[in-house]
Design a protein around this ligand. Sequence first.
Ligand code: GLA
Length: 820
Amino acid sequence: MIIAKDQVFMLNTNSTSYMFKIDEHGLLLHLYYGASLCDFSLSEQLSQGDQLEELAKALERKSEFAPGNSINYTDGQFSLENTNLEISGIGKGSLVTPYINLVFPDGSNSTDFIFKDYKTYDRLFIPKDSSFGKMAHSHNSGNQKEDVSSLVIRLKDRHKPIFIDLYYIVYKDSDCIVRYSKIYNKSEKPVILKSLMSTQLSLSADTFKHGKVKVSTFGGAWIREMYKNDTILSSGKLISASNTGTSSNRSNPLILVSDYDTCQDSGKCYGFNLMYSGNHYESVEFSTYKDIVVSSGINPDSFEFNLEAGASFESPEAIMTFSNQGYNSLSHNFHNFVREHVINPTFAHKTRPILVNSWEACYFNINHMRLLNLARNAKAVGAELFVMDDGWFSNRDDDTSSLGDWEVNKKKLPFGLEGLAKGIHDLGLDFGIWIEPEMISQKSKLYQAHPDWAMAIKGRDHSSGRNQMMLDLCNPEVVDYLIETFSQLLSTPGINYVKWDMNRIMSDIYSPYLAKKYPDQRISSMVPHLYVMGLYRLASSLTQAFPKILFEGCAAGGNRFDLGMLTFFPQIWASDNTDAIARCHIQEGLSYGYPLSSYTAHVSSCPNHQTLRNVPLKTRFNVADFANMGLEINVSDSNSEEFKTIRTEVEYYKKFRDLVLDGDFYRIDQNELVSGNDSDQSGYLHRWQLVSKDKLRSMALIVQEEVRPNTPNLSLKLTGLEPSYLYHVENMDEKYNIKNFGDLINTQVPVHIKKDSLIHNAISRFVTMPGEVESFNLYGHFLNTASIRLKEAYIATGYNDQVRYFQDYSSRLYEITKKG
Ligand code: GLA
């Protein structure tokens, strides 16, 4: 709901308010963003009386005189250095990251954007000529249930006919506000656009406790995506940005800004995410007067655009949310927003199939018979979709060739894609394939025919990544060609799913096409953005042409996990790392901004292919339970015991995967400040809980990374349950292999048994060790408030069925169900 009165604007969601005003100079002054200032019963008074103005007067920065050595704003006595602005510029006294940075034909870069007019809409308003309109916005309107309103503020430079429209879209139920902007050059000469952010928030110094903020960023590297990094800032500036050409695994566009002591279930926190798949930039900085300024948008370091006379440029959408009840509540806002307004509504609430993917089972070594055999076993363990990964086309026997030549390899698949699809369907499974449309191998027919379609600089050696080059998606002819090629490929009968991969980052950033078109311009600064726009056209055409196909995004795992890609692909392969312990960090990191149904997790074999770590199968499943589950393990090679366990676990997942799709996810009691292995009390624990929206069912997981000696005590902490419901809490009854206890067996048997001897192995086939069982019937009120003390852990002095076997990488899954 938007209230606009006497030059004061108040944007209200259910639990938050955002306020700014226009001052007598026409400047947009930020007043407030945080917990709601408008309980909805007050909205009448606010929009009719003088309360809104009075509130604005109370909230605005009081500055009469500019401090010495600062700059007076144009005709005023005050300084922009000490003003909270909705958008900052260059040259007029503001010293924070510029929201807008442009260079005029005379080489100057001072701008002074002031208010012109505004419009409000009690619906989602999308400008007709929106560059991103065809992607996100078309889905944004998907959920008709939510109250969405829009505000457009038009600004004009004080001296030049350059206009900026600032967009604010208010999502009432999800408690999210979206911002972006569009600049119009209505002058007769071109200007150079060096930066146009999507959002900027200038929060007054007293917003956070003790003048400190905790900035959480999410990133890492390939197979180490989305590790959460917390930095406490009390001065200076922190930047989280990507320059890989993708949103990147090095640094995700999601950031959180909170009080230094905010935890999962208490405290103030702001979240920002950018709906963009290319180079992004987020900064959090302290102004001279200790205000906290957050900016988010396209990374200006790799961006420059010639804005011709009459041209316009639109920045991507930035999503902001706030909670004063900790990170879980902030994540719920993001999750609801992404489910209702980002993910294609056809899939948003549709059960995702459990898949078996051929990659780690076969790598490039695939053929019709081997795949069918794997699929048969996939069916037998309860999977629903079989995915043929890389290696099925042209001469693709390793990663050195063939990208671009998307014809089936008849030696491997003599019956073609159609024949394989039929074989898989006959087994009762859906069928999916792997593609990497944006790439070209030098060893390919496509490269021979169109060397100028590759992103490379003439006369320079090309630095390749994974032996491949990127196609020049800035060239519309290339995008058209790809649309046609893949439209034909995906028309093959029987394709239900597509894994869309992208395995390298940009190098030798150039576009032979743009170089020809704009001979005097800095092509390398246009390519990263225009590549993304080409990609969006490609992804949007193909996903619209094949609305029934489930697309899964992938970029060497999570190198392009962002809201932009999620508008096309309802789910994304979170990481090439299938190690369950690494996955705890990766999935937990993702969960701060993205719903569980947007990422996939596969159970693979051990030692794990990425870390060589051995993690119990049970833990591998437990972790994959909290995402869209798949299997990468070669089920054709599984022994009967493993096969049986896999079948049981897959069945078990089916029972509650609706919680993954639509439930509320909680991270429980993560010690935010002293996280890591710095306590001698317990090895690092991951505690997760999912609660169904109707609160009838819940699942809770505890994973231990490293056992600490003599730490017997652990509690099951739960949250989010309905206080008045009586719940039954229990864990799955488990048996442990006696060999897990090594030669301790000799403390229990009369004859000496040599470890790993034939007799030891034989005994282990018949004798198992009992696991502890927890079983309680308790009201939600108790469970939400107190916690259950679990049976003691093994501490080296005895073991029976009242002791929890809880070693390195052990985990427990607890089921919580309403009784009656
Ligand atoms: C990337 C993906 C993997 C697999 C391979 C195939 O690394 O992330 O899952 O598809 O490519 O080449």
